[in-house]
Design a protein around this ligand. Structure first.
Ligand code: SIN
Length: 291
C-alpha cells in the first residue's frame, strides 16, 4: 500500500491492498477538524468506502460530534442499548452484567447494510473499539459497487429496475432462538420498523456509481416475483455479493475508529469466543431514500 499525502492536510490517506478501504494516518479525531480537512476526509470516504483511524483516544461525545459533521444521527430501534450518557451511541457488545446484556451482542451476525429496513437508510456508520477479544472479533466489508459491476449479465437484467422488501423483523425470531437475551419488541418498536421497498440496484447519491442493495439479514423478497423465484434470485445475489474478491477484513486494534459507507458496502461481524469480552460504540448517520 502506498501513502497518498493529502494536499495541505497534516494527514495521509493510505489505501489498503484490498477491494476497498484506506487508513487515515496522522489525524487525531479529538482535535478540531478544519473544513478543508473535513472535505479531504469526505472525498476519501467516497473513494475508499471504509476509513480506518488508528489509536483514537476519543470520548463518546467526540465520536458523536465527528459523526455529526457528515449528517444527522439515527437512533436504533433497540433503545435498551443506547449509551446512557450519549443516546446517539449504540453499544455493540457481548458483555453481560448481572446476567443482562449491556449491548447488542449479535449485531452484524448476518451480512447487511445498516438500517436498510428504514425508508431513509443510513449514509454510513462509525464504530469505535472500546474492548477487544484476544481471538477473532473481525468485521468484514463487501464492496457492492464491484458486486454489481461483476454480476453476470443475466442477473443484471433480472434485477435492473426491480425492487425488494427489507424488514427489520426478517431474522429477528432466528436471532432470538440463538440468543435468548435478545429482547422481545414492544408494539411501538414493531410499528417503528414497518417493511419498506428499495431498488435492488441503487445509485450512490454522491458519486453516481451503482451498487447492489440487498442483504441476507434484512431483504425478504423481490417485489412482484413468486416466492420460489424470489428466493432463488436473492440467493444468487447474496452468494455473488459476498465473494472474497469484494471483501476487506478489518482486524481490530485498540482504539480503532472505523467509518464505512452503507450505500456502497455490506458488513458482517465474524464473531469471537463468547467468554471473551468485546465492546464497540456505534454511531449511525442518516442518508437518503435509495434511488
Ligand atoms: C454492526 O453490524 O454494526 C456491528 C459490526 C461488528 O460488531 O463488527
Amino acid at each position: 500500500m502506498s501513502a497518498t499525502p493529502t494536499a495541505r492536510a497534516g494527514f495521509a490517506i493510505t489505501p489498503f491492498d484490498a477491494p476497498l478501504g484506506a487508513e487515515v494516518v496522522g489525524l487525531d479525531l479529538a482535535a478540531p477538524l478544519s473544513d478543508a480537512d473535513f472535505a479531504l476526509l469526505h472525498r476519501a470516504h467516497l473513494d475508499h468506502h471504509v476509513l480506518v483511524f488508528r489509536d483514537q483516544r476519543i470520548t463518546p461525545a467526540q465520536q458523536v460530534a465527528f459523526s455529526r459533521r457528515f449528517g444527522a444521527l439515527q437512533i436504533h430501534v433497540l433503545r435498551q442499548f443506547q449509551l446512557p450518557s450519549d443516546p446517539e451511541v449504540l453499544i455493540i457488545s457481548n458483555i453481560k452484567e448481572n446476567g443482562q446484556p449491556i449491548g447488542l451482542g449479535d449485531a452484524g451476525h448476518f451480512w447487511h447494510s445498516d438500517l436498510s429496513y428504514k425508508a431513509v437508510p443510513s449514509l454510513g456508520s462509525m464504530l469505535h473499539a472500546q474492548e477487544l477479544p484476544a481471538d477473532g472479533g473481525d468485521t468484514l466489508f463487501a464492496n457492492q459497487h464491484t458486486a454489481w459491476e461483476s454480476l453476470p449479465r443475466h442477473l443484471q437484467r433480472a434485477v435492473e429496475g426491480a425492487s425488494a422488501e427489507h424488514s427489520y423483523l426478517a431474522k429477528y425470531a432466528e436471532l432470538q432462538r440463538r440468543n435468548p437475551w435478545r429482547p422481545n419488541l414492544t408494539q411501538a418498536q414493531i410499528d417503528e420498523v414497518v417493511p419498506v421497498q428499495h431498488p435492488i440496484v441503487r445509485t450512490h447519491p454522491e458519486t453516481g456509481r451503482r451498487a447492489l442493495f440487498v442483504s441476507e439479514h434484512f431483504t425478504t423478497r423481490v417485489v412482484g416475483l413468486a416466492p420460489e423465484a424470489s428466493d432463488a434470485l436473492l440467493a444468487a445475489l447474496f452468494e455473488h455479493s459476498t465473494r472474497p474478491e469484494h471483501i476487506y477484513r478489518h482486524q481490530w486494534r485498540a482504539h480503532d475508529m472505523v467509518f464505512w459507507d452503507n450505500r456502497s458496502l455490506m458488513h458482517l461481524a465474524a464473531g469471537c469466543p463468547e467468554d471473551q469480552r468485546r465492546m464497540l460504540y456505534r454511531t449511525t448517520i442518516e442518508g437518503d431514500a435509495p434511488f
